[in-house]
Design a protein around this ligand. Structure first.
Ligand code: GUN
Length: 292
């Protein structure tokens, strides 16, 4: 068997086109233009690249975008003051503070200063809690993108056994919540899990988000399973995922490549969340096809 490729790049391009059309309609029908403010503290080169590509995507979607840069030695109070200003600005519908922050800052204190309705990353405790109890929430972009790909491939996820490998607040935990909300039977594995290969072999859906190159082996995968690889690891042979792609491709039913799988979905879902946040604050219905 050779697994089908799940083309996240193509899906994300289509999603971004649909979002741009919805933005144009919102402007025309309601005179409202969604706006996203991105905050970068310090000059980490990888973060600067991400922030630039987010800025481009916002422009291409027809949204307003602002980039705010603070020096690496800015105080946490400087950053909190900026967040307060953005919280109070009605033109700003979404606020993203690029992580990681410099070591002298308390990530949780900074993230939780963002107004929950503008928290397009879905990282505040309020949005994480809402997702966990099944209330309307802003949902983290990467897991949202993974669920969109899974539903596109599988239709209903009801009754499928989903294994999430990784328990980060940014991917693993919200991913598990979203799968549960979609009626999958969910297991979360992590670095202390016993007999991971045997668990993997039971999974109809395997989401790998551990940040270790080619960690999930081909022989761990259940034949025909759908494999979502969230990993982006730089190695001597280029970017590779958390799954041993070449081996997995001979066993799985479908798999996301790295690059070109989950990665492009994250930025598309940031745009989706910005549009959703804008609709909600203006009392409009959630845009079609952008929420879990
Ligand atoms: N750094 C790496 N990924 C992310 C993300 O999804 N959101 C933010 N804010 N920072 C990140």
């Amino acid at each position: 068997m050779t697994a089908d490729l799940i083309d996240g790049k193509a899906f994300a391009a289509d999603l971004r086109a649909r979002i741009a059309a919805q933005v144009a309609a919102m402007k025309a029908d309601h005179g409202v233009t969604p706006g996203l403010a991105v905050v970068l503290v310090g000059d980490d080169p990888a973060s600067a690249v991400y922030v630039r590509s987010k800025g481009r995507a916002v422009d291409e979607a027809g949204m307003n975008g602002w980039q705010h840069r603070l020096p690496a030695d800015a105080s946490q109070q400087d950053l909190l003051d900026l967040i307060d200003t953005l919280n109070a600005d009605d033109a700003v519908n979404g606020i993203l503070v690029q992580l990681p922050l410099p070591g002298h800052m308390d990530d949780a204190a900074v993230i939780n200063a963002i107004a929950p309705e503008k928290d397009v990353d879905g990282f505040t405790v309020l949005n994480a809690g809402r997702l966990a109890v099944g209330q309307t929430a802003m949902v983290p972009c990467t897991p949202l993108g993974c669920v969109m790909l899974l539903r596109d491939r599988l239709g209903s996820l009801a009754g499928k056994h989903a294994l999430v490998v990784g328990r980060s607040n940014i991917v693993g935990k919200p991913m598990a919540q979203l799968l549960l909300a979609n009626d999958a039977t969910v297991t979360v594995a992590h670095s202390r899990t016993a007999n991971l290969p045997a668990l993997c072999r039971q999974a109809d859906i395997l989401v790998a988000a551990v940040g270790r190159a080619r960690f999930v082996k081909g022989e761990w995968i259940k034949p025909g399973a759908t494999v979502i690889d969230v990993g982006i690891n730089r190695t001597d042979d280029g970017l590779v995922g958390d799954v041993d792609f070449d081996a997995a491709r001979g066993v799985a039913g479908a798999i996301t490549p790295v690059p070109g799988g989950v990665g492009p979905m994250t930025i598309a879902c940031l745009l989706a969340n910005t549009l959703t946040a804008t609709a909600r604050v203006n009392g409009l219905p959630d845009p079609d096809g952008l929420t879990p």
